[in-house]
Design a protein around this ligand. Structure first.
Ligand code: NOJ
Length: 478
């Protein structure tokens, strides 16, 4: 539970309702005192991922990954960019810790490069890889920052035959995750298994725009999805089996989010149904331990091949669910459609940030947290990523990214609503600490609150970093 008193919640909701009702004089006065403070102890952090920031692609025994191969294949990534150097954080991690410290965050979400630990994906561990992450973790802790570790953020060891098409990869992943939990859990207390199931399955094996760039037929895609959720479940069990007691395990999922286009009972129910159905192959399966009949029937002969015991593994109990939330689709109730809802297409003039897919819809923070809570009742929720790309001109040494401040302020205002209503949201990780390798967009899209000059590796705090720092200091939306 949050630390709000009933009276505080009542005050916030009362003021919001009065405002929505049209704001008579007294309502305006009340609204002026509307408190956008977060519960005491709310965790503020930043997030990054190994391939996007580390560089040092061939150092200290790191094995090749699918993204090394993909980014070095002409035509796959904008400008032919690669993660060979990225932000050079492999060497500059102590400098990056100081960026975090200056912001005042209490947490940092980072991922481990599987192929630094097992260069071939499995087999003999590479001590130099373990040493590296020991140093990073120690450095964070010495600076009062609590690491949240993601085990897999898309950089798959290239040596694993068949990649995610092969069921064995799920077992190799669990072995690696268990091994690293054993090494780090004396100091690291929070582990996330995989990042964004839909991206490393569908974007990579259906749309073909992420490594390994495949466009498989439906049966192949569904099998990859199944191996993804199986890998997650096996890793939950392996982490628990090898870690010291007292750790927390979850995943970071980019659950497809739906927002009711009008806040009335029929649309609210429609959007909730849409979330459950449209995530049937991912979070719904993980939280409910079954594939929905509607998904299985819809896929027919292309449905995944499930072995006995798989669904119990996939739905291994979690300590938390973490959500990467960027953008929603709006939904309306639609009695004429067999599903009962229609997902509305975005319009040409709908506001977006610099990435074409990043439509602005701040209410998604509230509805994402509320729907996941109502549907599946996780004990704890985090926002494991939220942020935006912007064009970020560097002018006289400054980046005044007022557009990113606008975006963040609005999203966090809606997250505040979720906290104020008592949903178990305990922390927020801003994506990203600094500009980095944005996958198929290479370095053309900047998501950081620190600007990175990739020629010199200089990091420059943007205006949004100053904004986030102030917000953390006051523990309220500013
Ligand atoms: C989600 C992914 O986890 C992260 O790697 C990516 O950079 C951001 N979204 C922005 O697209």
């Amino acid at each position: 539970m949050t630390n709000y008193s009933r009276r505080e919640i009542g005050k916030v909701l009362g003021a919001a309702t009065a405002l929505a009702a049209g704001g008579a004089g007294s309502a305006v006065a009340e609204a002026a005192t509307l408190d956008l403070g977060f519960p005491q102890g709310f965790k503020w952090g930043c997030a990054t991922a190994a391939y996007q920031i580390e560089g040092a692609a061939k150092e200290d025994g790191r094995g090749a990954t699918n993204w090394d191969i993909f980014s070095h294949t002409p035509g796959k990534v904008a400008n032919g960019d690669t993660g060979d150097v990225a932000c050079d954080s492999y060497h500059r991690y102590a400098e990056d810790t100081q960026l975090l410290k200056r912001l005042g965050v209490s947490t940092y979400r980072m991922s481990l490069a599987w192929s630094r630990i097992f260069p071939e994906g499995r087999g003999k561990p590479n001590q130099k890889g373990v040493d590296h992450y020991n140093k990073v973790v120690d450095n964070l802790l010495e600076n009062g920052i609590d690491p949240y570790i993601t085990m897999f953020h898309w950089d798959l060891p290239a040596a694993l035959p068949g990649g995610w098409q092969n069921r064995d990869t799920a077992y190799a992943f669990a072995d690696y995750a268990g091994y690293m939990a054993g090494k780090l859990s004396d100091r690291v207390k929070n582990f996330m298994t995989v990042n964004e199931l839909r991206c490393f399955t569908d974007l990579s094996h259906l749309q073909g725009i992420h490594a390994p760039g495949l466009k498989l037929p439906p049966a192949g895609v569904n099998q990859v999805r199944h191996h993804g959720v199986l890998a997650h479940g096996l890793a939950v069990q392996a982490i628990r089996a090898h870690a010291k007691p007292g750790i927390q395990v979850g995943l970071a999922d980019n659950t497809t989010m739906r927002v009711p286009v009008i806040e009335t009972a029929e649309h609210i129910e429609a959007a909730k149904k849409a979330i459950r159905e449209d995530n049937a192959m991912f979070l719904t399966a993980i939280m409910e331990g079954k594939y929905l009949d509607s998904y299985l029937q819809g896929e027919g002969a292309a449905a995944p091949k499930v072995q006995s015991g798989d669904m119990a593994i996939i739905s291994s109990p979690l300590d938390f669910v973490a959500l990467n939330i960027y953008t929603p689709d709006y939904v309306r109730a639609d009695p004429s459609s067999p599903k009962g809802y229609t997902v509305l297409p975005h319009l040409p003039q709908s506001p977006r940030m610099a990435s074409p897919w990043l439509y602005v819809g701040p209410e998604v923070m509230y509805w994402g947290v509320r729907y996941v809570s109502e549907l599946w009742g996780p004990k704890t929720l985090y926002i494991s990523e939220n942020g935006c790309s912007a064009d970020d001109p560097l002018t006289a040494g400054r980046v005044d990214d007022s557009d990113r401040v606008m975006y963040l302020r609005n999203y966090l205002t809606h997250l505040h609503r979720a906290a104020a209503e008592g949903y178990p949201i305990k922390g927020y990780f801003l994506w990203s600490l600094m500009d980095n390798f944005e996958w198929a967009d290479g370095y053309t899209k900047r998501f950081g609150i620190h600007y990175v000059d990739f020629a010199t590796q200089k990091r420059i705090p943007k205006l949004s970093a100053a904004w986030y720092k102030e917000m953390i200091r006051q523990n309220r939306v500013v």
